[in-house]
Ligand binder design. Structure first.
Ligand code: ZN
Length: 257
């Protein structure tokens, strides 16, 4: 039996002497794992179609013990789109790590496929290596969109207690409520809160509603960016992760070299 799908290659793992296993996210089937024969041999034809963070049309032979990629061709229109620079590989790698810790086989969500498609398009067309801060913002924006898709997105429009818009001044963020708390209500709360600068909250709303390309272009004060990143990392805690994702540190480390 064969399965056809368009997939994002998320990860490749060495498997036996000449083979590799590929972790993929399919538009129709969601998370997929399949081996490809002989991809470790020099001049292996399929390997070039299956580099991480490329988009491919695949045919997978369902096996009793394991599934195997029978055919893989880079998707039409994505031939020129490849994620190559150090910074973009760091961003895509961090996002793949986060996704793989939150998604399970058998649950397909086309919005997640489209989010990957958007991220790859954005990374492949970067005119130059982004700064470490910009790279973290891009990863942060993709992760916030992922949280929204999976239902862990924060409430950023009204105060979690009085339900009134918390602006235009700075407010607070309650990890417990996964949302904003206005300056009046924070006095009545005994739970831990963290500062949410008015500009950072506006930027988070912008991230949610805009494309990743727009996130790359927007001008931002450094302290606002750092506060926004701290807030995003708090939102991650809403998701069932066994430990904090390493993405931000990895990007910082890779790009500081
Ligand atoms: Zn309030």
């Amino acid at each position: 039996m064969y399965l056809r799908d368009q997939v994002i290659i998320l990860k490749k793992i060495p498997y036996r002497e000449h083979d590799r296993q590929y972790v993929m996210y399919g538009r129709i089937h969601g998370l997929l794992l399949a081996a490809a024969r002989g991809t470790m041999k020099p001049r292996a034809k399929q390997a070039g179609q299956l580099e991480p963070f490329s988009i491919a049309d695949v045919m997978i032979a369902k096996g009793r013990n394991f599934d195997q990629i029978a055919v893989a061709v880079k998707s039409h229109g994505t031939k020129l789109q490849s994620v190559k620079t150090l910074g973009s590989l760091a961003i895509a790698g961090a996002f793949a790590d986060l996704c793989l810790r939150l998604i399970r086989p058998g649950v397909a969500d086309e919005r997640l496929f489209k989010l990957w498609e958007e991220l790859i398009g954005c990374l492949a067309s970067l005119p130059e290596e982004p700064s470490a801060l910009r790279a973290k913002l891009l990863f942060g924006a993709a992760s916030l969109k992922l949280m929204d898709t999976l239902g862990y997105g924060p409430a950023l429009s009204v105060c979690g207690v009085c339900r009134r818009p918390p602006g235009p001044t700075d407010a607070w963020f309650s990890p417990n409520l996964n949302g904003l708390i206005c300056v009046d209500c924070v006095k009545t709360l005994s739970e831990p809160v963290m500062p949410a600068r008015a500009h950072s909250v506006a930027f988070l709303r912008f991230m949610r509603a805009s494309t990743l390309d727009d996130v790359l272009r927007v001008g931002l004060a450094v302290d606002v960016a750092h506060n926004a990143l701290r807030l995003i990392q708090e939102v991650w805690k809403q998701a069932p992760l066994d430990r904090e994702p390493h993405g931000m540190d990895t990007i910082e480390r890779i790009m500081a070299v």
